[in-house]
Ligand binder design. Sequence first.
Ligand code: DMJ
Length: 604
Amino acid sequence: MARRVTRLILGAIALWVLATWYYTWSPPQTQMPNYGVIPDTAMDKSVRWNKPPPNHPLPSLTPLPTELPSRRIPKVQATPPKEDEDAKKIRMKRLNAVKESFLHSWNGYKKNAWLKDEVLPLTADYQNPFGGWAATLVDSLDSLWILDLKDEFEIAVKSCELIDFTTTETKEINVFETTIRYLGGFLAAYELSGKQHPGLLKKATEVGELLMGAFDTPNRMPVARWDWQAYLKGKNQKPSFNTLISEIGSLSMEMSKLSQLTGDMTYHDAAQRLSDEIEAGQSKTKLPGMWPVVVDPSVTPVRFAGDSFTLGGMSDSLYEYFPKQYLILGGALEQPRKMYEGFIEVAKKHLFRRALNPDNLPLLFSGDANIRRNPTGDPLVITRPRAQHLTCFAGGMVALAAKIFERPADMETAKQLTDGCVWSYFATPSGIGPEIFTFIPCDVDPAKDDCKWSQQRWIDAGKQYWYGNLEPDEVLDKSITDTYKERKLPEGMVEVNDRRYILRPEAIESVFLMYRMTGDKAWADKAWKMFQAVEKHTRTRTAAAALNDVTVASPAQVDSMESFWLAETLKYFYLVFSDFDVVSLDTWVLNTEAHPLRRADAMG
Ligand code: DMJ
């Protein structure tokens, strides 16, 4: 009997030990949904940002330029097209449709993901890919203001007070994304709303202060993916030797604007050091005038030794910022203009290509350039006819620069670049342009090539693309037409390399800028057609979703809605149908007090 009791007691103790171990070490039972980003479990959650004394203090700070610009910056907006009552009714209907779409997604975010980075539009869940500091909320503040959703704006501004920038579960802070989505978001909203909400500037300063930690390196170049906790623990950090050029090349507008608004030159100084390095490297790259996608800022001077050049992903905003930074600084600094002028002719020569299309429209696309060696060892520039949705900002950039830098002939280039992107929308069965496709370049010399469409030319381009190692007559035309059919390729494309549409803004941004700068109503009609297609396919019960394949009539939706849908894409659609004095480019872009309104937003 005593032995049975002892066994029972021992059993109970064993059970208790097991249970204690299980509850202490097993995962919590209330399963957290998968938010897409796995927080680093090794992160010390008690660590909070508290600015440490710098490891590499600066003897002095570069101040904002104060001299008056040597040249007057010309106005950019055209006279709005005349409109009768019927035309106005149509425009207002379109405007309201965009506003309704915005409210639908905004409410979906509010209900399901408030204070989180992104709503998941299919599962009505959320995810935190940008530090968990309410990216969609902050990024969309200026849209709320522009769309005249002032009550929502007030609620959102109030909620910003709850965002805690002293901590995050993210191990590495992405300095570029944090700058454009958060810092840019606060600054744009602060200025647009007439500087009536000092809390927004306070938040911007918190972000700016945090980001300055990433610049505390021996050469003051930033660590683009920044381990903030290691830095707090005293790590002597260095930038990575393979950094993307856009991640260090497009911080300037937000940093300089923060200095303009606070009077603290720390931020502008950080940006100016970067710009000086980038300018110094401009003529020393393998494609002088442009910068390679991957650079090494861990050394001084920064090394720009890469072989690949593009206006697309990983480089785009570097170029986009030149005219906009020139404007932010009121034209008082020639450097961004010089860098623009130094690169644009190179891009025209090596990247921009006329493209064959069944309607024989004058279209341009911005491809990629790679540097190879020819048999004698000399560098050879190979242009790859790969068009990315991300390059669609180029039309708007070239148009803006054509106006402010007085390059009127470039307006035609801007038009053709923008029309290229519009064509990529209208060419697909869904009515939306793909993320990446391969086009058919015509000879750069119009005297040698009239760039006239024929089915045979499309087929021959396919032979070249798919069977480049064979002689053209070794490949049957039929095998190419079969490939085109199987791969559902619109006439004029030889491959769609990435079939997604992820709610990106670049194409509509350029259409909007072209409309405001030319006053040609055709742009508004193009925008409406684009909007209808985007709205039809992306809308979900909760918000709006990315698409997996725009080359089919009914693309499947993907459970993602990045903050730029509300912060950029719908804002540009809305501005297309607004009066020209809503965020007039001449007020907000040319005014030396103008806000950065985030990288892609020359005006909003
Ligand atoms: C935007 O968030 C920014 O404009 C960035 O510079 C590149 N593109 C995305 C949206 O596509």
